[in-house]
Design a protein around this ligand. Structure first.
Ligand SMILES: OC[C@@H]1[C@@H](O)[C@H](O)[C@@H](O)c2nc(CNc3ccccc3)cn21
Length: 601
């Protein structure tokens, strides 16, 4: 091959330096630009040398698009990129945060809070490997996962995206990186990006740093902590990701002691890149630079200057790319942003692209299409659901669970008994999630019907009718499924944490008449009123289990025992928040790590 950078046998660093030396300033800045698919025209990609494309959650090629539709779209972008002067491939990113959740028919795994409850790092690694396959199968190369936030307050709208409230649990579950990217050999250089092969993806540890520690759980808020505590609680999981060769990190919208992370030279450059030795690329969040000013987007040139000089390498613009590129060219030409800073950013981006094999294999491997939503992955997700369930109460006098699957007649009630969208939560099909049969999967009701004996009558009422409650003696027991509707980010911020849709009232109305198992589908601990705790026979926290509801039936009917342990303290009252396990006044309803099994009361 004429030039080193096109030679797959040349060392990565030689390819990086050779390519960098050939690049003009517009080509360099183009690589630092990540745009959303809706503005990614062939001309935009080719003429502005765009380095990366993403789709926002809910921005699909078409509704319920097939893997081939996704692949056609992404490979189209790639052809435009390869048509540019130096033919540098794009890296395409998608929010595969609990499976490839944007894609119709993909396996949707439990959200991170439920995976934290499993305490099973190898399970999470296997989930990463399955997710990587379903991401590559549709042509994408980069997953904006794992979120390694340490969530300190359940009022945070992104609580469910965290593995738990202590860095030990979060650090354990960073094994998702080794699943997504593949496991680096033991001699792998700490901090250097690693991607094993064509069935793996580039991972993204997010959001650096302290996103889960904001005051009162206010999303994009301020984390007020000493440097030591920031390191111990929030930076620690990133060290584990870096040890595993995580290829990208995403900066947090939030601030530390009043300083925005997207502008933070000390944390982004001196700590992450220099001290921790991170050699991949650091990305902004969506309009992360715009949000450096108030109102967002004002004084944009100055925001670009501050963000890039602080250490941001790839900017998720995602729409105003011409403005971003022009501003950054001006800033370099005026000397306000050193060329050395741009070179560092481009080196890191090119390094990740070479390591990910994008120059050798820029297009979708369409033989992977059948991996999307395949049986093996759904069985893995079912295993994860089983292991994520936390048993908070089992019987008033003797064990209530496991339930008798040959009972004469059972009553199933509640908003969450037969709603796949509610079971999956946010970041599913769209950013904020939806209600209903939004994809392929098994609801709790589907699972109950599939498990009980053929002589068992299953009566389902979303809301219990007077008639049913008046003839309660007909039922052996009731299963009442309540919880939260889907939400994401700031829309999920909630200071009351009352179970929505009159969940507590529905539970007690039924439990007063019929022996009741309550199942709570939520992204976080919620208020459990005394009447709910007293009147129910049993209580299970199911978190946001995803498409494989059969895993719930597996456990409540006794094929498997409970193993889930609380990844977060369960508060008595929101007035206590934030609960701090290290503080004196720690009096939770259920402590961090609590979880019964069927043979225990
Ligand atoms: O979807 C891309 C990223 C995602 O990876 C980050 O974790 C998350 O912080 C994130 N947020 C947005 C969009 N945020 C937004 C909020 C309100 C209105 C419109 C967009 C995009 N992204």
């Amino acid at each position: 091959k004429s030039c080193v950078y096109k030679n797959p046998d040349a060392p990565v660093e030689a390819r990086v330096q050779d390519l960098l030396s050939r690049m003009t300033l517009p080509e360099k800045i183009g690589q630092m630009t990540q745009i959303e698919r809706t503005v990614a025209s062939p001309a935009a990609i080719t003429d502005f040398f765009i380095g990366s494309v993403l789709n926002a959650a809910g921005s699909w090629p078409l509704e319920d698009a097939r893997p081939s539709d996704w692949a056609d779209m992404i490979d189209g972008f790639q052809r435009s990129a390869l048509a540019s002067r130096l033919g540098i491939p794009i890296i395409y990113g998608i929010d595969a945060v609990h499976g490839n959740n944007d894609v119709y028919g993909a396996t949707v795994f439990p959200h991170n809070i439920g995976l934290g409850a499993t305490r099973d790092a190898d399970l999470v690694r296997r989930i990463g490997a399955a997710t990587a396959l379903e991401v590559r199968a549709i042509g994408a190369h980069l997953a904006f996962a794992p979120c390694v936030a340490t969530v300190k307050d359940p009022r945070w709208g992104r609580c469910y995206e965290s593995y738990g409230e202590v860095p030990t649990i979060v650090s354990e579950m960073t094994s998702l990186v080794s699943g997504l990217q593949g496991q680096p050999p033991k001699e792998h250089l700490n901090g250097y990006p690693f991607v094993a092969g064509r069935k793996n993806v580039v991972a993204c540890a997010k959001h650096f740093v302290g996103d889960g520690g904001t005051y009162k759980g206010k999303n994009e808020g301020n984390t007020i902590l000493s440097y030591e505590d920031l390191r111990r609680i929030h930076i620690a999981p990133y060290k584990k990701c870096i040890e595993q060769g995580v290829s990208t990190v995403m900066a947090s919208y939030s601030s530390w002691n009043g300083d925005k992370l997207h502008s933070h030279y000390l944390l982004l450059t001196e700590v992450l890149k220099q001290e921790l030795g991170f050699k991949g690329y650091l990305a902004s969040d969506w309009e992360g630079l715009d949000r450096l000013s108030d109102p967002p987007g004002s004084n944009y040139r100055n925001c670009v200057k501050i963000g890039i000089n602080a250490g941001i390498d790839m900017v998720m613009v995602p729409f105003k790319y011409e403005r971003f590129i022009q501003d950054l060219i001006d800033l370099v030409e005026s000397g306000e942003v050193p060329m050395a800073r741009v070179d560092d950013a481009v080196e890191r981006i090119l390094r990740v692209k070479f390591v990910a094999g994008l120059f050798e294999h820029p297009f979708t491997n369409r033989f992977l299409f059948p991996a999307v939503g395949c049986k093996e992955h759904r069985e893995l997700a079912r295993e994860a659901v089983r292991k994520s369930l936390v048993l908070l109460k089992n019987g008033k006098c003797g064990p209530f669970l496991p339930l008798d699957c040959n009972a004469k007649r059972i009553l199933v009630v509640g908003t969450h008994a037969d709603d796949l969208g509610y079971q999956c939560g946010g970041w599913t099909k769209t950013m904020f999630g939806q209600s209903g049969r939004i994809t392929i999967g098994t609801t709790l009701l589907d699972a109950i019907k599939a498990t009980v004996g053929d002589k068992t009558e299953v009566v389902f009422e979303k809301t219990p009718s007077e008639k049913t409650l008046a003839s309660s003696e007909r039922f052996s027991y009731a299963i009442v499924a309540v919880g939260e509707p889907p939400y994401a980010e700031t829309k999920g911020d909630n200071s009351e944490l009352i179970i929505p849709f009159n969940g507590s009232e529905i539970v007690t109305a039924v439990a007063e008449k019929i022996p009741t198992l309550m199942i709570l589908f939520s992204g976080r601990p919620m208020v459990l009123e005394p009447k709910v705790l007293e009147k129910t026979e049993a209580l299970v926290a199911a978190w946001l289990p995803g498409t494989e509801g059969q895993g719930i039936a597996d456990v409540i009917f006794g094929d498997y025992d409970f193993q889930g342990k609380l990844p977060m303290s369960w508060f008595k009252s929101v007035d206590q928040l934030p609960l701090d396990i290290e503080a004196n006044g720690y009096f939770p309803l259920f402590p961090l790590g609590f979880g019964l099994s069927c043979d225990a009361m």
